[in-house]
Design a protein around this ligand. Structure first.
Ligand code: SF4
Length: 362
């Protein structure tokens, strides 16, 4: 894992997953099933866990829905669960009783101070942290009026307002998120938040869109902040199967060298007039084979380059690579050529090499 100058934050413990205080950056997602459909929700939680999610959030719209938490815990699922609460603080209390690992709630939305105290006391008894989640679309009217728009300063002020309500009752087991659909506002607001407090920060761009554009917006928003050392846990929000969010989040962490464990890294050239091989097709075949053989966790860099003129040199950092030739391909290790292989043997050979690297690494 790359040593970034990460912002020093407090640490919270979400059902065994540490967030903040230098802990590895965790990846979160959220179920989109009807919470009352316990089986569907359980299956989705399991699917997210298998995909590499570290923490899963489930909406708990009323106290009855908290039964879903029992159901999932009783099924033996180990991944920590977060209850997403909007206004009904009784749903938060029920989720705590059901064994939830974190609550996401904004204390300013639940009414009297007595309720906030009851919630803070119950969470403290269970050792369960609370995430305050401020979104550009749901700012308090007074703050919006003061700032005129959901600016970075307005969002940060709102987050600190909700935080102060918990701090009033000596509750500090807190994480904060500030999300906006604007990438720039998200970045600016989190920079400000990072300077304003030392709570761990959950980062993400909200309403980012579908898999394509949503991943790009998230990569810019989340990636910029992480590269500055800001952010302790991430969620990519996509209008897509939540499993896609995990792949996108893991790719962002990989691209920044922030994955807890380095994973397989494929580098490939953009192709040009010199390209001597069907590189686009080859890349797809290699990625499919890597997935079919479950090799994404092998920490090797593999290069696919279109020509032998520039390929081996440009990809000299790769552990292994090929460069396209006429009907064959040059094989190279760390930029040093090691003979030629027929083009139809490229994928089988690279898969063999990746497996050999994995087995030697054990
Ligand atoms: S490696 Fe060769 S084919 Fe690929 S972009 Fe560079 S010059 Fe073009």
């Amino acid at each position: 894992m790359t040593e970034y100058n990460r912002r020093i934050s407090r640490q919270i413990n979400v059902g065994g997953v540490k967030v903040g205080g230098g802990a590895p950056i965790s990846v979160q997602s959220m179920t989109n099933t009807d919470t009352m459909n316990f089986e569907a929700t359980l299956n989705q939680v399991r699917g997210l866990e298998e995909a590499g999610c570290d923490i899963v959030r489930i909406t708990i719209p009323n106290p009855d829905a908290a039964r879903c938490i029992y159901h999932i815990k009783n099924a033996g699922v180990k991944i920590p669960l977060v209850a997403d609460i909007h206004f009904d603080y009784r749903a938060a209390l029920s989720a705590l009783e059901a064994g939830v690992d974190k609550i996401r709630i904004n204390p300013g939305n639940i009414g009297s101070e007595d309720r906030v105290k009851e919630l803070a006391d119950a969470a403290r008894r269970k050792g369960v942290p609370i995430r305050i989640g401020v979104n550009s679309g749901s700012l308090e009217k007074s703050i919006l009026a003061k700032h005129g728009a959901p600016t970075a300063a307005a969002l940060c002020e709102s987050a600190m307002f909700h935080t102060s309500l918990l701090e009033k009752f000596d509750f500090n087991d807190i994480a904060i998120s500030i999300k906006a659909s604007s990438v720039i506002t998200t970045i600016e607001a989190n920079r400000l938040l990072a300077k304003t407090c030392n709570y761990p920060i959950h980062i993400g761009v909200t309403e980012a869109g579908g898999e394509g554009m949503g991943s790009i917006k998230s990569a810019i928003g989340i990636g910029t902040l992480l590269a500055e050392g800001i952010g302790d846990t991430v969620r990519v929000s996509l209008t897509a199967d939540p499993v896609k969010e995990i792949a996108a989040a893991r790719n962002i962490l990989d691209a920044l060298g922030l994955s807890e464990k380095p994973r397989l890294n494929i580098v490939s050239c953009p192709t040009c007039g010199r390209t001597r091989i069907s590189l686009i097709e080859l890349l797809k075949k290699l990625e499919d084979a890597v997935d079919a053989e479950n090799l994404r966790s092998v920490p090797i860099t593999v290069a696919l380059m279109g020509c032998a003129v520039n390929g081996p040199g440009e990809a000299r950092e790769a552990d292994i690579g090929i460069a396209g030739g006429d009907g064959d391909a040059l094989l190279f290790y760390k930029g040093v050529t090691a003979g030629k292989i027929p083009q139809d043997m490229i994928v089988p050979r690279l898969i063999e090499e990746i497996k050999a690297f994995r087995d030697a690494d054990i």
